[in-house]
Design a binder for this molecule. Structure first.
Ligand SMILES: Nc1ncnc2c1ncn2[C@@H]1O[C@H](COP(=O)(O)OP(=O)(O)OP(=O)(O)O)[C@@H](O)[C@H]1O
Ligand SMILES: O=c1ccn([C@@H]2O[C@H](COP(=O)(O)O)[C@@H](O)[C@H]2O)c(=O)[nH]1
Ligand SMILES: [Mg+2]
Length: 210
C-alpha cells in the first residue's frame, strides 16, 4: 500500500526572524500548505468573540473564556496550552486536504508541552522530516518587529510584549530546536540576509521535497 501520510515541516525562529515571510514564498512558488499557529490562534479569538452574540449563555461563557485566555497568553508572550493549538492545527490541515500534502507548520512546537501534545495526537499520523530554524540576532528581530508594528495591528507587536516573547523563545522554544538538532533534524538558516538570499537557502533545504 502507498503511504499517504502528510509530510510536516516545523518552522521555528525568534519573533521577526522571517518565518511567515519565507513560508509565504514556499506557498507561492511550490504550493506548500502553510499553517501559522499564531495566526490560527488570533483568528480563533476573533471567531469566538464574533459568534458569542449568536449562542446560548453556557456556550457564550466558555467561548468568551477561551478567547480571553488565548488573547492574554498572546499579549504576555506565553504559550497557549497545546490542546487548543493542536486542535486548531489538525482542523487546519484537514481543511487544506489531509493527504499528499506538504505542510509548513509555522511557530510550533514552541515548548515541551507543545511537543508532547503534538506527539500524542499527531505523532502516528504524519511524518516530520526536519525543523527549519531561522537564526537571527535579537537586535535585528526587534527592528523588524517594530517596523512591522506600524501596520500589523498585532497586540503583541510592542516592546513590552516583545521582551516577554523573546524570554519565552529563549527559555522554552530554543530547547525544542536543540532537541530536534540532537536528532539531526534541525536545518539552520542564516536569517540575517535579504529575503531573497534567505529564500535561496530555504529552497536548498527543501530540495528533496520540491
Ligand atoms: N530577511 C529579511 N530582511 C528584512 N526584513 C525581513 C526579512 N524577513 C522578514 N522581514 C520583515 O520582518 C518582519 C517580520 O517577518 P515575519 O512576519 O515573516 O516574521 P515571523 O518570524 O513570522 O515573526 P512572528 O514570530 O512575530 O510572527 C516583516 O515585516 C517582514 O517583512
Ligand atoms: O504554537 C503556538 C504559536 C503561537 N502562540 C502564541 O501566539 C503568539 C504569536 O505567535 P507568532 O508565531 O509570533 O505569530 C506567541 O507569542 C504565543 O503567545 C502559542 O501560544 N502557541
Ligand atoms: Mg509569523
Amino acid at each position: 500500500m502507498v503511504d499517504t501520510k502528510p509530510v510536516v515541516f516545523f518552522v521555528l525562529g525568534g519573533p521577526g526572524s522571517g518565518k511567515g515571510t519565507q513560508c509565504a514564498k514556499m506557498v507561492d512558488q511550490y504550493g506548500f500548505a502553510h499553517l501559522s499557529a499564531g495566526d490560527l490562534l488570533r483568528e480563533e479569538v476573533i471567531l469566538l468573540f464574533h459568534f458569542i452574540s449568536l449562542i446560548d449563555q453556557k456556550q457564550r461563557d466558555s467561548g468568551s473564556e477561551t478567547a480571553q485566555l488565548i488573547n492574554q497568553y498572546i499579549v504576555e508572550g506565553k504559550i497557549v496550552p497545546v490542546e487548543i493549538t493542536c486542535q486548531l492545527l489538525k482542523k487546519g490541515m484537514e481543511k487544506k486536504g489531509w493527504a499528499e500534502k506538504r505542510f509548513l507548520i509555522d511557530g510550533f512546537p514552541r515548548n515541551q508541552d507543545n511537543f508532547d501534545g503534538w506527539d500524542r495526537v499527531m505523532g502516528d499520523l504524519v511524518e516530520v522530516p526536519f525543523v527549519l530554524f531561522f537564526d537571527a540576532d535579537e537586535e535585528t528581530m526587534i527592528n523588524r518587529i517594530m517596523e512591522r508594528s506600524k501596520t500589523s495591528g498585532r497586540n503583541d507587536d510592542n516592546i513590552e510584549s516583545l521582551k516577554k516573547r523573546f524570554d519565552t523563545f529563549k527559555k522554552e522554544t530554543m530547547p525544542i530546536v536543540d532537541l530536534f538538532d540532537s536528532n539531526g533534524k534541525t536545518q539552520k538558516i542564516n536569517a540575517l540576509r535579504t529575503i531573497d538570499e534567505v529564500f535561496e537557502d530555504v529552497k536548498k533545504a527543501f530540495e528533496p521535497y520540491l
